[in-house]
Design a protein around this ligand. Structure first.
Ligand SMILES: Cc1cc2nc3c(=O)[nH]c(=O)nc-3n(C[C@H](O)[C@H](O)[C@H](O)COP(=O)(O)OP(=O)(O)OC[C@H]3O[C@@H](n4cnc5c(N)ncnc54)[C@H](O)[C@@H]3O)c2cc1C
Length: 432
């Protein structure tokens, strides 16, 4: 299996937009061109705002092109726990926000005519043990009460692979090829009139109160306002709120193509994309190219400046072990490639947006469920920076200018969660 540095979903863009050289002025500068930054910049351009978008590599290079490709109405944290900790109204707001984010991303695919293999098939939070199935039943109840499109499914009728006993089927969303999607969104961004500078990392962002200055290696941008959409890399910028997000490296593995009859034979007749109900999820999906992509389980923390790295061997070994345990009938399937990416993980595992200073707004921690959400938040932040009232969906994740407590997302804590998941697997093997 080849360990690769870039996304395995698509080739990089054929040409690169010019880097910034010299000093320029604009109304709004967007820093970080993932799905969030591109959506924000497009929205600003639509409104006639003079907008500059700075991207350290090429647009979409980060998590947005590397993820597992689930468009989900789930927020990252466990629904049952959220139901216990949050007021009912707040939970409803969060799930409404997440569902609207799904529709926003779907609309982008249609609006820009992006060919990215989108399958609107929903996603199953799948149980691999009786304990997880009971948890799924409770999660479905919490989500339904919060107004989220979700139903409990169980038994062979669910069409899940042998060993997956049921779960919560999300009623909206589905899967796509994120690499192809961001190439389409990148083309739409460039065509929209946004002034795009690639290979242009922001080194320093300062807010003087009456404007923002962004220093880059060979130039400087002066703007009235700025949006910070740099995701996991944000801690490298002193203006980013302290303790908001910890960088967490997440890995994926892709198999060779698997014949459809073999998927039928193991019971995966629905082909539903799945995430398990472990503390740190496992994900398994079939791709439009007939392969299976699976991932997460064992994640690792990092420090800025974050390296452009490949997955670690012990992590891919663990992922493959998980794949073989869950799909014993596919043990002979060859593995093609593995890649990963950095996500910005908040302490609560909930998405956050807010104000870093008078003139700098941020969206930095969409966690492992931010593919659609980062885009939607970027769009809403663009309206907000133009002076619009706080949209109800932005209010659902709005942190304002408040500080953050030190994060408990750490290497040892994540390792402990992985150990707890493996212990629950062993217990399930004994009792199922
Ligand atoms: C392996 C993996 C699997 C995932 N699976 C899913 C999934 O299935 N579904 C889901 O919803 N979410 C998933 N996620 C999370 C999701 O991809 C992210 O939450 C989302 O893409 C974040 O988008 P973004 O625009 O905020 O950040 P990014 O896409 O990371 O974009 C940030 C951009 O900012 C640029 N940048 C950083 N620093 C600077 C700087 N100083 N100056 C200029 N540019 C800078 C980076 O180069 C990058 O392009 C996954 C993530 C990973 C890594």
């Amino acid at each position: 299996m080849e360990l690769i540095h870039d996304t395995g979903w698509a080739a990089p863009p054929a040409t690169v937009e010019q880097p910034l050289t010299g000093d320029i002025d604009c109304d709004v500068v967007v820093i970080g061109g993932g799905g969030g930054g591109m959506s924000a910049a497009i929205r600003l351009a639509e409104k006639g705002v003079d907008v500059v978008l700075l991207e350290a590599q090429t647009l979409g290079w980060g998590a947005s092109s590397r993820n597992a490709g689930y468009i989900t109405n789930s927020v990252a944290a466990d629904p049952e726990l959220l139901g216990f900790l949050l007021k009912r109204e707040r939970l409803r707001d969060l799930y409404r926000y997440a569902e609207n984010a799904v529709h926003f991303a779907e609309d982008a695919i249609t609006h820009y005519g992006i060919d990215c293999g989108y399958q609107q098939e929903g996603i199953v939070m799948a149980a691999v043990s009786k304990g997880q199935l009971r948890h799924a039943r409770r999660n479905a109840k919490v989500m339904a009460e919060a107004g989220s499109a979700a139903e409990f499914v169980e038994g062979p009728a669910a069409g899940l692979p042998d060993g997956f006993v049921g779960g919560v089927r999300e009623g909206v969303g589905g899967t796509l090829n994120p690499g192809e999607f961001v190439l389409g969104l990148r083309a739409a961004t460039i065509a929209s009139g946004v002034r795009v500078y690639e290979r242009t990392p922001a080194r320093d962002v300062t807010d003087s109160g009456d404007g923002v200055t962004v220093d880059t290696p060979d130039g400087r941008v002066r703007a009235r306002k700025a949006l910070l959409t740099t995701n996991a890399n944000s801690n490298g910028l002193s203006i980013a709120p302290k303790n908001l997000a910890s960088p967490v490296w997440t890995s994926l593995v892709e198999t060779e193509p698997v014949a459809p009859e073999r998927l039928d034979a193991i019971g995966w007749t629905s082909r539903a994309p799945m995430v398990t109900l472990h503390m740190i999820i496992e994900s398994y999906r079939v791709t439009p190219r007939g392969t299976i992509v699976f991932g997460t389980r064992r994640v690792q923390t990092g420090r800025n400046p974050l390296p452009n790295r490949t997955p670690a061997r012990n992590v891919t070994d663990d992922l493959v072990r998980g794949f073989h345990d869950r799909f014993p009938g596919l043990r002979d399937v060859k593995l093609q490639q593995s890649w990963g990416g950095w996500i910005g993980m908040s302490s609560t595992w909930l998405p956050v947006a807010g104000e870093a200073s008078d003139n700098v707004l941020y969206s930095l921690a969409c966690n492992g469920h931010g593919f659609a959400q980062a885009q939607y938040v970027g769009h809403l932040l663009a309206d907000r920076v133009g002076g619009a009232p706080l949209h109800d969906d932005l209010a659902a994740i709005w942190h304002g200018r408040k500080r953050f407590w030190p994060s408990f997302v750490s290497g040892p804590a994540l390792h402990a969660a992985w150990l707890a998941d493996r212990a629950s697997d062993r217990l399930a093997a004994l009792t199922n």
